[in-house]
Ligand binder design. Structure first.
Ligand code: ATP
Length: 276
């Protein structure tokens, strides 16, 4: 079963086509990581998948029953927000809102206006804040959170939306190493289908079922040509040494952890590059 699909998608920003010819399928119940160099178009791709950016060509589709897909842009915004939670990279944090109130905004699409603010909602908010280690900050003003705490609070807002699909733009940004791992565990446990952009290729190798590379084919003029999805597959294949070198311009090797049944990705300068 398909949760999300992009068919022949192009996207324009500021009068320029930044993505084109994107075909991508996200099977229900899977975790897809989106990787690529800075400026390739990962956030743009995620925004198209979330229905917040209208493709300039092609269609973004979402499941609408067992064997049916519907054009995301045909769904009213509230209905879209019941089916997928989009957690953007940056969020303005206002001093006017307490952390619990900000997180409770994630319930808006799911609840009738007169049914909001009840005990059940409070419990959900508290549980989500607990899951991201911020239960004790529920009454803090939002602008008093650190960068990593803000990130976790915004992720809690995505969690209370309780959608079958979660789309996350760099969820591990600003998080310390322990929280990076914990948070991915929380997401894995709570999101049925998950799509996230990520820069840490070692995390990408271990956490996702499949990876999609946003970038250019070898030899393309990166400054002039729109990017596309140039590889999709199991992380171990997408992050082969040859692929990592051609997409990211660095050397790499996958090595087994000495004590755990896990592969890790070590990154190093290319052989012809000066060591740093
Ligand atoms: N509002 C905008 N107007 C015009 N161009 C934009 C706008 N936002 C982004 N771009 C351009 O679109 C391209 C894709 O940007 P996008 O943010 O999707 O890349 P990304 O892969 O997520 O980058 P990063 O890894 O740096 O977060 C880039 O060339 C960027 O400069």
């Amino acid at each position: 079963m398909t949760a999300l699909r992009l068919a022949g998608v192009a996207a324009r920003l500021g009068g320029r086509t930044v993505l084109r010819d994107v075909d991508l399928e996200v099977p229900d119940g899977t975790r897809l990581g989106i990787i690529g160099v800075n400026g390739a178009g990962k956030t743009t791709l995620l925004r198209v998948l979330a229905g917040v950016l209208t493709p300039s060509a092609g269609t973004a589709l979402i499941a609408d029953g067992p064997d049916r897909l519907v054009d995301l842009r045909r769904l009213p915004a509230r209905e879209r927000a019941r089916r997928l939670a989009f957690v953007p990279q940056e969020d303005v944090m206002t001093a006017e809102l307490r952390v619990g109130e900000m997180v409770a905004l994630g319930r808006v699409p799911q609840t009738r206006p007169w049914a909001r603010g009840g005990r059940a909602e409070h419990e959900l908010v508290r549980a989500a804040l607990d899951a991201v280690g911020l239960a004790d900050r529920i009454d803090s003003a939002c602008d008093q959170l650190s960068g990593g705490e803000r990130r976790r609070a915004v992720l809690a807002r995505g969690l209370v939306q309780q959608c079958p699909v979660m789309l996350l733009d760099e969820p591990t940004n600003h998080l310390d190493v322990a929280w990076q791992l914990d948070l991915l565990g929380v997401l894995a446990a709570r999101a049925r289908t998950l799509v996230a952009t990520v820069h840490d290729l070692d995390l990408a190798l271990r956490f996702f079922d499949r990876l999609a590379v946003v970038g250019w084919p070898a030899g393309a003029d990166r400054t002039a040509e729109p990017a596309s999805v140039v590889a999709v597959g199991p992380p171990g294949e997408v992050l082969s040494a040859a692929h990592v070198e051609s997409h990211f311009g660095v050397g790499s090797v996958q090595v087994p952890h000495p004590a755990r049944a896990q592969l890790h990705l070590l990154i190093h300068p290319r052989e012809d590059a000066s060591p740093i």
